[in-house]
Design a protein around this ligand. Structure first.
Ligand SMILES: Nc1ncnc2c1ncn2[C@@H]1O[C@H](COP(=O)(O)OP(=O)(O)OP(=O)(O)O)[C@@H](O)[C@H]1O
Ligand SMILES: [Mg+2]
Length: 524
């Protein structure tokens, strides 16, 4: 059994996190400036050293320092070295860790792209801030694309499809349920706003292969994937939805492993409260399910947030490992948070938790971790160990050096544009115009004769779509398993009820696949 050293309690006893319990999720909480980021950094280092890959969003740009060793000359050096001495860490030394930089905007790291289809209508609707009716329409449009083998890769595809649907509302409504020009117009406007934020860049290819988050370096250390999130944080909903998409993507892709010796990946969700802010119930249920089930896939999720009551009970109930930094006691809400935090710990008769929470110094925390039997340890007041890498950002030059040496250099950096819905629809328009011209010239009867013989553009699109899907056999297998599982899975029912009004409009066997389609990115 291996463990990660977290720090020492007041009696000098080491406080540790068991690697075989790290998939039982964690919480790092505390008021601003109390030491959350430093705790996170130290944990990320230890996971990496233990061969566990890590994913972390860098909200303030200060985690990039993981890539370079700390230095006696750097600010904070006295704090780090002082803490190391306090803890009797004789072997404390500065060190760097293997890092891969990512950036949705492609500026400070490799671009993280996904396709519109993979994001799916549910998450896309949330990104676009659509209401329930508009979400229903988006789902129908996705369904239509699916049934016609139209690939939705980038925004261009979605735009073309929506424009086409706006001109063919009767056809689409007849097939799937009511679609109005007004609601398509609303989606189109939301898309425009989204694009003006530069967010359309995230959609397209080459899309992220999640395997690249599981890399280990030549020395057996796990790579720490750092997503630049400073710019992204300007749209908090985009940030939270995107990170959740990534979790859901991991959830779908990974096989069941139960409780592994050590996690396959540890995912730090900083500013986690954003995920739960004004979240509709159905979406919250989906989050809860993904968090619950992902642990048996060997992924540990550590939520980082200022106030622990920001995490809904259903999710908080699944958190086994806790590092609670100081909380302030100014407002009634603060008081409530302190009480709630105190109640989540296993009682230590020698420690008045509610009082201690307000007295903890910077870099000190109340710590409780899961033991072998799965029970939480008695809470201990703990001085947290100092990280070995730099506390703080990298210079542009330093970042360029790390990026240049990245194992993924060149893989994602240039976008590719293969034939997808936009091109197929454009071709369809051209064909329609050509046909109209031909009808004028040769007469309708003559053209009809020819039309019957040739494959329609939709037919061609379907065979093309099939070929692409067949290309990723592994992806199809995962989808099939998930499709089956989803029926006995509360996630499916949560989503069904969210979209109940639409689903009930549909008859018979259509419903099953339609519901699966609703979950979009989650299920495929
Ligand atoms: N374990 C530690 N050892 C030594 N110094 C620490 C430790 N933890 C925190 N500090 C010191 O406290 C400062 C603030 O910590 P940190 O940035 O982690 O706070 P935070 O809780 O993330 O704040 P915010 O909510 O504003 O992001 C650090 O820059 C560092 O100087
Ligand atoms: Mg911080």
């Amino acid at each position: 059994m291996s463990t990660i050293f977290l720090g020492r309690n007041q009696d000098g006893e080491a406080q540790e996190l068991r690697l075989d319990r790290a998939n039982r999720h964690g919480l790092i909480a505390g008021a601003t400036g109390t030491g959350k980021t430093v705790t996170l950094q130290g944990l990320a280092e230890s996971f990496s050293a233990a061969g566990v890959p890590v994913f972390v969003a860098d909200v303030k740009g200060d985690l990039a320092g993981l890539a370079v060793p700390g230095s006696a000359k750097f600010k904070h050096a006295d704090k780090l070295e002082g803490r190391a001495a306090e803890l009797g860490m004789d072997d404390y030394a500065y060190a760097d860790f293997p890092v891969i930089f990512w950036d949705l905007f492609g500026e400070q790291g490799h671009p993280v792209r996904t396709t519109v289809s993979e994001m799916g209508p549910l998450l896309l609707a949330r990104l676009l801030d659509l209401n329930e009716t508009q979400e229903g329409v988006l789902q129908i449009v996705f369904r239509h694309a699916d049934d016609n083998g139209l690939l939705l890769l980038d925004f261009e595809d979605l735009r073309s499809l929506l424009a086409w649907a706006a001109d063919h509302t009767d056809e689409v409504s007849g097939e799937y349920g009511r679609v109005t020009k007004a609601s398509i117009g609303a989606i189109q406007r939301a898309l425009l706003t989204f694009e003006s934020e530069g967010a359309d860049k995230f959609f397209g290819e080459p899309a992220l292969e999640v395997d690249d988050l599981f890399r280990v370096d030549a020395a057996g250390r796990g790579f720490i994937s750092i997503l630049a999130a400073d710019k992204l944080m300007r749209s908090p909903k985009l940030y939270a939805t995107y990170l959740f998409w990534l979790l859901a993507e991991l959830f779908e892709t990974l096989p069941e492993v139960g409780d592994p010796e050590k996690p396959k990946l540890v995912f730090f969700f900083d500013e986690a409260h954003l995920l739960f802010d004004d979240t509709p119930k159905a979406f919250q249920d989906t989050i809860e399910t993904v968090v619950r089930l992902i642990r048996s896939k060997g992924v540990g999720v550590f939520f980082v947030t200022q106030n622990p009551i920001d995490i809904p009970d259903d999710v908080a109930g699944q958190i086994g490992n806790r590092v609670q930094h100081a909380l302030r006691a100014f407002t009634p809400r603060d008081q409530k948070a302190i009480k709630a935090a105190a109640q989540t710990f296993r009682i230590n008769p020698e420690l008045d938790v509610a009082t201690a929470i307000t007295e903890l110094k910077t870099g000190e925390a109340l710590v409780s971790t899961l033991g072998e039997d799965g029970a939480p340890s008695v809470v201990q007041r703990t001085l947290i160990k100092p990280p070995q890498s730099r506390l703080g950002p990298l210079s542009t030059g330093e970042r360029a050096v790390i990026l240049g040496a990245s194992p993924l250099a060149g893989k994602y950096d240039m976008p590719v544009d293969r034939e997808s819905a936009a091109e197929v629809i454009a071709q369809k328009m051209v064909d329609a115009a050509a046909t109209a011209a031909e009808v004028e010239e040769k007469g309708e009867a003559e053209v009809r004769k020819r039309e019957r013989k040739s494959t329609s553009i939709w037919g061609k699109a379907i065979s093309r779509g099939t070929k692409v899907a067949a290309g990723s056999a592994a992806g199809m297998a995962a989808r099939t398993v998930l499709g089956k599982k989803s029926r006995a899975n509360p996630m499916a029912s949560g989503v069904t009820s969210a979209a109940g009004s639409i689903a009930t409009d549909l008859a018979g066997p259509v419903v099953g696949s339609f519901v699966r389609n609703l979950v979009g990115g989650l299920m495929r």
